[in-house]
Design a protein. Sequence first.
Length: 104
Amino acid sequence: MAQAMRPQSPISLLATDGKPHPLQDTLMAVTLVLGAVAFITAFWHHLHLISSWAGLIGILTGGYGQFISITTRERFALIIGLGAAAIGFFLGMAHGGLFGGWLG
């Protein structure tokens, strides 16, 4: 049981194995930001270009992040970002899509 009570370092919020994961942490942060942008802008129908593009890019970065993620905490944050990006993407598509009438 002694190993269960080892002290947690500040880096352990992102990497529970004690090793740095800069690529995975960057993809996680980008996915969370794009998911938040897509989700928030999806509430206004005239911002469908931002929500659909941010959602699409968030889905792609989150999917790649899931593919190369190492720790459970990275996967958890990626799923939150992916869900928000997907909702923003789908609502953006319903409000006008990726191009919004710019392409015939």
